[in-house]
Design a protein around this ligand. Structure first.
Ligand code: AMP
Length: 393
């Protein structure tokens, strides 16, 4: 892995693919986490005496759309870095080239939204080449899009001799390695969420790499039904019944323990404030559906979490968006925080568990919170991300 610490960027113009795809409300950035995550890489270049040309996508525009202009990010970045960056209204072509030529060392230039050109997502060669003509070196620091073979994330890399992992990309890759390749044992994966089908490739990839797997949330019910339990109206996927039995069999053969819930908080209606009752996981009455982990399950899961040295968490163990059914997910998050305090390494990654950790304000109490949803999931599935392999070529 060629990281930016291996190079001195003095007098170099550096094209950096960042992930500034941040949520906006009325033109205001409402969560600047992704912008802050790019700062260590930007600072390294500036401190070395180089110049940064930042490129990113924002949303899914259809051609030019003012509401998705990256100009909206400029003041936030300027405040964080305490600088006055420059902005170019295009990302390629004459004005982008002129803006790059005029850029002095120590300065930062933000290019306009890459996805105003559909060549970006198509991975167009000519578009990639034009981007590459703006700088001397290339850094990819956008983990959130590293699973895409887009122009700025993958194709552009081949036009550079000097190309590097940014600090964020490096951190993300090392965090995944620290769980899957060289994690301290016992290693635990906690998987939840609603759709078992989307998590099967992850289970299959990690089953012989971890010691324990907790399966919670909606996806547990397919396993329970497969084992002959009565799950009432709970969410499940009949097409995955066979698969879940084969996973249980394979886990046994590989000496990996799979832990399923033993009880569950159920309601007749999927809504905030609905009357709830706890049932044993195997005997949910017909008119009820399981919406959160029950107290006995939580106790069992907590013991496992507290005795693990490495923990991966992907997916909530209940409908955490509704306060009435958020207790289980919150308790799991708190137990992971406690285990981390005792010395465990914990990685929270992939969409909803990240939202849950933020909702319960536990971000600082776990070892690492991934910034990339899809990219994290594909990494956990064992895929080599195109944005990462492009840097190695
Ligand atoms: P996924 O996208 O598959 O990771 O699923 C995340 C979603 O799973 C969240 O929106 C949760 O509300 C939902 N979820 C978790 N547990 C359950 C459950 N028992 N029943 C229905 N949905 C659930």
């Amino acid at each position: 892995m060629k990281t930016i610490d291996d190079f001195y960027f003095k007098d170099k113009k550096v094209l950096i693919r960042v992930d500034f795809n941040v949520p906006l409300e009325n033109g205001k950035v409402i969560d600047s986490t992704r912008i802050r995550s790019a700062v260590p890489t930007i600072l390294k270049i500036l401190q070395d005496g180089g110049a940064c040309i930042l490129m990113s996508h924002l949303g899914r525009p259809n051609g030019f759309e003012k509401r998705l202009s990256l100009i909206q990010i400029k003041s936030v970045l300027d405040n964080i870095l305490a600088i006055k960056s420059k902005f170019c209204e295009d990302c390629i072509g004459k004005i982008a080239k002129e803006a790059s030529d005029k850029l002095s060392m120590g300065e930062v230039l933000i290019l306009e939204n890459l996805r105003f050109y559909n060549e970006e997502t198509k991975g167009d060669e000519l578009f990639s080449k034009k981007l590459s003509e703006l700088a001397d070196c290339y850094i990819n620091d956008a983990f959130g899009t590293a699973h895409r073979s887009h122009a700025s994330t993958t194709v552009v890399a081949k036009y550079f001799e000097k190309k590097f992992f940014g600090k964020l990309l490096e951190k993300e890759v090392l965090a995944i390695k620290r769980v899957i390749s060289n994690g301290k044992r016992p290693i635990l994966a906690i998987l939840g969420g609603s759709k078992i089908s989307s998590k099967i490739p992850i289970i299959e990839n990690i089953i012989d790499k971890v010691d324990d797997i907790i399966i919670g949330g909606g996806m547990a019910f397919t396993f329970i039904k497969a084992l002959g339990g009565k799950i009432g109206e709970s969410i499940h996927e009949d097409s995955m019944i066979k698969k879940s039995l084969s996973i249980l069999k394979s886990a046994k053969e590989k000496n990996t323990k799979i832990h399923l819930p033993v009880d569950v908080v159920c309601a007749k209606e999927f809504k905030e404030g609905a009357d709830s009752k706890v049932f044993s996981i195997n005997s949910i009455p017909d008119e009820y559906e399981g919406l959160d982990s029950g107290p006995k399950s939580l106790e069992k899961f907590k013991q496992i979490i507290l005795s693990s040295s490495t923990i991966l968490w992907n997916g909530p163990v209940g409908v955490f968006e509704l306060n009435s059914f958020s207790k289980g997910t919150k308790e799991i998050g708190k137990a992971i925080a406690e285990s981390t305090k005792k010395g465990a390494f914990s990685l929270v990654g992939g969409g909803d568990s990240v939202s849950a950790v933020k909702k319960f304000k536990l971000e600082k109490d776990v070892s690492y919170v991934s910034t990339g949803g899809g990219a994290m999931l594909e990494s956990l599935e064992g895929k080599i991300l195109p944005g990462i392999s492009a840097l190695a070529k």
